[in-house]
Each structure stands twice: as structure tokens, then as C-alpha cells.
Write a protein that binds this ligand. Structure first.
Ligand code: ITT
Length: 202
């Protein structure tokens, strides 16, 4: 039996781009993605280091629920942890993507790959969500390759150097929000969430 679609899902994230992408992806189901900051401005959680994206997302949602479950009033909540996994670098930066982006940055990743024939990589998005009763987890992937040239201005993080396999050769940063959302790991994870709950499809 299809479940009743929630009108709102609160998203615990500090990243406005993630919010925009999730909102875009869920718009045809008429589900509003709202920042959790709208109902609780200061929530501090500890992000476990060196574990999988799935572990990080699960740990974060458990901590958030402990702090604000009463404020959700039965509404849904989601947390997402994601990263870029470069094959020739043994999956680096992976779970360290956020830290690596603020330290060596996209140019650092390009340097590490110069002269390497294998430029393949994938983004992983792990979402843990609370449906008012229990926590469930889903994952989405986006395969692609690293461009040694930074291209485009849109998006965030590693988007200027990531060319999705299913695209037309442009980096995510050269695409509109709608174009990136059609292909992204985040959308794939949200699709798994929708399938898991037996909603009408996106
Ligand atoms: P949260 O508050 O939701 O944790 P965040 O940006 O810190 O926001 P993560 O901890 O999940 O998010 O870090 C993921 C990093 O991986 C992010 O900072 C980017 O550098 C990179 N990343 C993940 N998805 C990406 C995407 O769609 N495009 C570009 N870079 C991405």
C-alpha cells in the first residue's frame, strides 16, 4: 500500500546547495524540503571521522533526533553525508571530502591525478531519514571521471572537475541545477527513499 506522502521533510544540513538540490529533486512529488534551522537554529552534532558515509549519516540523524525529536511534531527528518571517491587514489578523498576540499581543494585532487591514466571516480550520497517512527537508510551513486581542467561556475565542492558518465561531457559545474539534479548521486538516493516508502514514483 502506498504511504501518505509527507508535505515537508526537514533536512539537517549546513550546505545550501544540498538543500537546493534536494528541493529540486522532490519538487515533482510536491514534497517541500525545508532546512531544520527553520525550527531549531542551534543543533550541534559530532561527525564521526574515517567511517563510511552511511555510518556518518546514521550517527548524525541519531544525534539530531535525541536533541529535537519533540520539535518535529511528527514531521520527517533527513540527514545526508556524501563524498567523492576517486578510483586511482584508492577512494580518496571519500569520507574526507569536505576537509580535503577546504585544504588541498579541487586543484590538489587534479595535481594528484596528473599523469594517471585512470580518471574514473564516483560520488556517493548516503541519506538517513526519520519517518516519524523509525530511521531508514538509502544510498545513491553517480559514476563519472575527473577533468584536469576546472570548468563551470555552478554547484559546489568538486563539481568543477566532475564529469558524470550519464551526461554530455560537461562538468556538474557547467550544468544548471535541473540538469545536475537529473543525474546526481543525491537524487539517486532520494529516489531510493521514495521507492522504499512505496510513494508514487518521482
Ligand atoms: P552537511 O552540513 O550536510 O554535512 P557538508 O557540505 O559538510 O554539509 P558533507 O559532510 O556530506 O557535507 O561533505 C561532503 C563533501 O563532499 C562536500 O563538502 C563536497 O566537498 C563533496 N560533495 C558531496 N556531494 C557533492 C556534490 O554534489 N557536488 C560537489 N561536491 C560534493
Amino acid at each position: 500500500m502506498p504511504r501518505k506522502i509527507p508535505e515537508v521533510i526537514f533536512f539537517h544540513t549546513s550546505n545550501q546547495h544540498k538543500l537546493n538540490e534536494a528541493s529540486q529533486a522532490m519538487s515533482n512529488l510536491h514534497i517541500k524540503i525545508r532546512s531544520l534551522k527553520d525550527i531549531s537554529s542551534r543543533i550541534s552534532v559530532i561527525e564521526p571521522q574515517g567511517e563510511s558515509c552511511a555510518h556518518v549519516a546514521h550517527s548524525k540523524i541519531t544525534q539530531v533526533l535525541d536533541l529535537i525529536e519533540d520539535k518535529l511534531n511528527g514531521n520527517w527528518l533527513m540527514v545526508e553525508d556524501s563524498g567523492l571517491f576517486v578510483n586511482a587514489l584508492g577512494g580518496f578523498p571519500g569520507v574526507y571530502s569536505s576537509y580535503v576540499h577546504t585544504t588541498i581543494g579541487v586543484k590538489g585532487i587534479v595535481k594528484l591525478l596528473e599523469g594517471n591514466g585512470d580518471k574514473s571516480a564516483q560520488y556517493i550520497s548516503s541519506i538517513s531519514f526519520w519517518d516519524g517512527k523509525r530511521i531508514q537508510s538509502v544510498e545513491g551513486y553517480c559514476k563519472g571521471r575527473i577533468s584536469l581542467e576546472l570548468k563551470g561556475d555552478a554547484g559546489f565542492g568538486y563539481d568543477p572537475i566532475f564529469i558524470p558518465e550519464a551526461g554530455n561531457g560537461q562538468t556538474f559545474s557547467e550544468m544548471t541545477l535541473m540538469e545536475k539534479t537529473a543525474l546526481s548521486h543525491r537524487t539517486m538516493a532520494l529516489k531510493r527513499m521514495v521507492e522504499k516508502l512505496n510513494f508514487p514514483s518521482m
